[in-house]
Each structure stands twice: as structure tokens, then as C-alpha cells.
Design a protein around this ligand. Structure first.
Ligand SMILES: [Zn+2]
Ligand SMILES: [Zn+2]
Length: 496
């Protein structure tokens, strides 16, 4: 049997371990990093949702939790990010390509609604996360740099530049960073073409390929950003981060960001033996065709569960997997999402004005789901002639009676909760005796509910307008084929 030795690994992989780790702590700070150069697809959500789930679990246990979402907003924009950011809009690509190489916090918003490129995508990301029930506090690193919070660390890195490089090459031989610090050129404001050439009298000297200049600027005045792994160490120290989700590659011991940042923080940033607890989350793979489809097609709580359940497990998003999840995701009591989309949605579409806000939301997702993940489009099922013809008249009369009783219960008698409605309609079905089975079978065919939901359940859920239409069509058929059906109202009967 495989023994799982938790003592030999630093990373956590379950929410239970997190609870245990922080059991005696009042406050816990969780961090997750991102770049708001563009809005990624659903795969990126895993890291943030896992962080938020940790926050929920800890809060539920009584801890005070901060969940910080840290945007590397001083990072320079590159052309690949720009293309994704503007949805391959060629006009915008042409307009913003000259800005590539500048920090995203210093580039205008391509859509003209925010202060900067970074702020636009920060808000888009926060909106997306709010929808999924996560409300992190956004930390924009460019603002921390602007406010001088990084300055002491930048000074350490510049003063001990060569020692840090020597330390890294000794401790992480396979990690050879090209640059430890990227100065922001004061002439052209580009960040991607600068290179530190030396330090002298508390000044840093650097060159800029973009404008072919050389500069010498005092440590405390130089603008620019640290190498990402060093930056990660600074934010832990500055923000007091306790735990952060990382994917497997970040936790690779010979050069992974986690271990490099930890070593730098402890050795150069006076962090002693402190450490951040890494939480390893599994990778999400996805065929390209599903990119950006899940956000529209899945109810928020379903997408959230998909991302946060079994957080360390890798998974691949495919049509089969999504449809199978939908068949297990409950949207209402006894109603899973797949059955809802196939059976209830078409009816709800008939009477949108009667739907609650939550139901409308479900309808919007359901329509997108049917469109993206189901072979057949959702459509309203009205009984066709051959679904009725050939059936014994007493069975059709039984079906009609169930429909009429349903409509009466839900309108005249106002039984508008499931608890009130279901036992009464079940009583009405019992009255049919041995005809109950054939009647329910025919009823299911007539309203297109051959599978899944119990009859009392769908009779409660189907819109009244739809049930009235079906009742009316059934009545017409019965009158044409079996004139005695409406006998109580017939002149002959009245005369008698
Ligand atoms: Zn904007
Ligand atoms: Zn320059």
C-alpha cells in the first residue's frame, strides 16, 4: 500500500491541512498573483478560486482572513498579451503596439473607461471573480512601487547585486536570471530595453536599448521593477503573506519561484526562518473550442465547484466531462442542471416575465449550455398528433384530468409551494387506479419529459401557460376523435 508521507513535502494539497496549519492563528493572509495585461480564459480561474475557497474554509472556522489578489501592474506589456487583451482587434493592436514594453499601469485603457490598461483588466477580473462568489482585495504592485514601499528592497538588490547572483548560482545552479532589476528609463519610459551596468556611490548605472541612452540615478530615485521571483519575496515580507496557491512548476525545488523567493527573503530580506505555506493546485487543461464558453454556459456555483473541489487534482475540460458534471449539479431540489436544460428550460423560455432573477440567470446559462455542449438545441415540446393518436381514450382522459387538476391546484387553490402541491397531485394520480401507469407514460410523451424528473416535480415546474396550451390541444384532439369526451357540456346530455 502506498504510504503518503506529509512530513516530506512542504506544500499543502487540501483545505483540511490548511485549517490544521492555521488552527492557532487569529488572522491569516492569503495571496494570489496575476497579471492584468489581459483577461485570461477559465483556466486561470482555478488559482483564484482555490485561494478564495481557502479563505471561505478558514472564515467558516472563525479566522479573520485577508485574500489579496496581487496584480503585477508594473510588468511591461508584450504583443502576445495585447492581442489577447483586445480580442485580436487589428485597429487596437496597431494603435497599442507602440506601447508594448511599457508598464501596463502606464498605458492608456484601450476601451477608454479606466485610468490605465491595467485598471481596465483589474476591474474586469474582479467582476468575473465576484460573479463566482470571490471578493479579493486588489493590490496593484505599481502603486506599492510608486509609494516607495519597494524602495528598501530595491536598494538591497542593487547594493548586493553580485552577492545575490552568486548566492542564486550556488543554491539554484540551474536558475540563471538574466536581470535582477529592470530600471524604467526616465527618457523613453520603456522598461523592456534597460540593463543595469553597475552601481557607484549609491547610484545605479544602466543603459536603455530603446532610446540608446545611459543613465546614472540614485538608488532611492530610480524607478523600475524587480525580477519576478525577487518581487514575490518582497510582497511576502511587505504584505505578511501566510499562504499562497502555486502550480506544480512553481514548487519545483531546483529553480521553482517558491523556493527561490523563500531563499531570497530569508537570506537577504531579513525574514529569518519565516516562510509562506505553499498550496499546490492542479492544472486545468482545456481544448481550445471551450475557451470562454464555460463562463456563459455554467451556473456560477457549478463553475466554482468545478474549480475548487479536489484542488490539487489536474483535470482536462472536455464536452463529456462538462455534461457529466451538469448531470450531477443540483440547481433545485431533485433537479440537476442537465435535466433542467433539456426539460424545463424550453418551458421557462415561454414565460420569461414570471421568472425570478435567479431563474433568469439560470435560463441565460442554460441557453448558452445547450448551444455549446448539447447536440440538439433546446426547443419547446408541444404534443404532436402521433403522440396522442392511437392511445386509448380513457388514458387520454386520464392525462387530461391530471393536467386540469394541476392547473386548478396551482391557480384556483393557490398551492404554489412544492410541499403543498406534490401530495395533492399525487392523490389525483392515485385516483386513476390501474390507468395511472399508462397515463403517466402518455403524459411524459405529450410534454416531452420522457426521462428524469418525477411527474409531480415537472407538473409543478412547467409554466402554467404551457400546461394550459397542452391541455387545450389535448381537449381538441379528444373532441375530434372521441366526440363523447366533452359529454358533460354536450347539448344531448344537457337535454337529458
Ligand atoms: Zn476600461
Ligand atoms: Zn530609454
Amino acid at each position: 500500500m502506498l504510504q503518503y508521507n506529509t512530513a516530506s513535502r512542504v506544500e499543502m494539497t487540501s483545505y483540511g491541512e490548511v485549517l490544521h496549519r492555521f488552527a492557532d492563528r487569529h488572522t491569516v493572509t492569503i495571496a494570489a498573483g496575476t497579471t492584468c495585461a489581459y483577461l485570461g480564459d477559465e483556466r486561470n480561474l482555478r488559482e483564484f478560486m482555490v485561494a478564495d475557497e481557502m479563505a471561505r474554509v478558514l472564515r467558516r472556522a472563525g479566522h479573520i482572513v485577508s485574500f489579496l489578489l496581487i496584480d503585477d501592474s508594473l510588468d511591461p506589456l508584450n504583443i502576445r498579451q495585447l492581442r489577447v487583451a483586445v480580442n485580436k482587434d487589428q485597429t487596437l493592436i496597431d494603435k497599442f503596439a507602440p506601447w508594448c514594453g511599457k508598464p501596463i499601469s502606464q498605458i492608456p485603457d484601450p476601451y477608454n473607461c479606466h485610468e490605465s490598461f491595467a485598471e481596465h483588466f483589474e476591474e474586469e477580473l474582479l467582476k468575473r471573480l465576484h460573479r463566482l462568489g470571490a471578493n479579493p482585495t486588489l493590490v496593484s504592485t505599481s502603486k506599492l512601487y510608486e509609494r516607495g514601499r519597494y524602495a528598501p528592497f530595491v536598494r538591497i538588490v542593487l547594493e548586493q547585486h553580485d552577492e545575490i547572483l552568486a548566492f542564486l548560482s550556488q543554491k539554484f545552479p540551474t536558475y540563471n536570471p538574466d536581470k535582477l532589476f529592470w530600471p524604467l528609463c526616465p527618457r523613453c519610459r520603456f522598461l523592456d530595453g534597460t540593463r543595469v551596468t553597475g552601481t557607484h556611490n549609491d547610484c545605479v548605472q544602466f543603459s536603455c536599448d530603446r532610446c540608446n541612452s545611459t543613465e546614472e540615478i540614485p538608488f532611492d530615485e530610480v524607478e523600475g521593477k524587480l525580477n519576478w521571483k525577487l518581487d514575490c519575496a518582497v510582497r511576502w515580507v511587505l504584505l505578511g503573506v501566510d499562504i499562497e496557491p502555486f502550480s506544480k512548476s512553481y514548487l519545483e525545488p531546483t529553480a521553482g519561484s517558491f523556493f527561490v523567493a523563500q531563499a531570497i527573503a530569508q537570506r537577504f530580506f531579513d525574514w529569518g526562518e519565516r516562510t509562506v505555506t505553499p498550496f499546490q493546485y492542479g492544472a486545468v487543461g482545456m481544448e481550445r473550442q471551450w475557451s470562454m464558453k464555460l463562463l456563459d454556459a455554467l451556473p456560477s456555483d457549478m463553475l466554482r465547484s468545478m474549480m475548487v473541489n479536489r484542488p490539487a487534482t489536474d483535470f482536462q475540460i472536455s464536452r463529456d466531462q462538462i455534461v457529466s458534471l451538469a448531470s450531477r449539479h443540483t440547481v433545485e431540489t431533485d433537479l440537476n442542471y442537465l435535466d433542467f436544460v433539456r426539460q424545463i428550460l424550453p418551458m421557462w423560455l415561454l414565460t420569461p416575465e414570471n421568472l425570478s432573477a435567479r431563474q433568469r440567470d439560470l435560463v441565460a446559462h442554460g441557453v448558452a449550455f445547450a448551444d455549446s455542449f448539447l447536440d440538439s438545441p433546446t426547443r419547446l415540446h408541444l404534443p404532436t398528433r402521433n403522440e396522442i393518436e392511437g392511445e386509448r381514450p380513457e388514458v387520454l382522459r386520464g392525462v387530461h384530468a391530471i393536467l386540469a387538476r394541476t392547473i386548478a391546484l396551482r391557480t384556483e387553490e393557490g398551492k404554489d409551494t412544492r410541499e403543498e402541491f406534490e401530495p395533492l397531485i399525487q392523490d389525483a394520480m392515485k385516483v386513476l387506479g390501474s390507468l395511472k401507469g399508462p397515463c403517466l407514460h402518455r403524459l411524459r410523451t405529450v410534454v416531452g419529459q420522457q426521462q428524469g424528473l418525477p411527474a409531480a416535480r415537472f407538473l409543478f415546474s412547467l409554466p402554467l401557460g404551457y400546461l394550459r396550451t397542452v391541455e387545450f390541444l389535448l381537449e381538441l384532439t379528444l373532441q375530434q376523435a372521441h366526440p363523447t369526451f366533452s359529454q358533460p357540456q354536450s347539448p344531448a346530455r344537457r337535454a337529458a
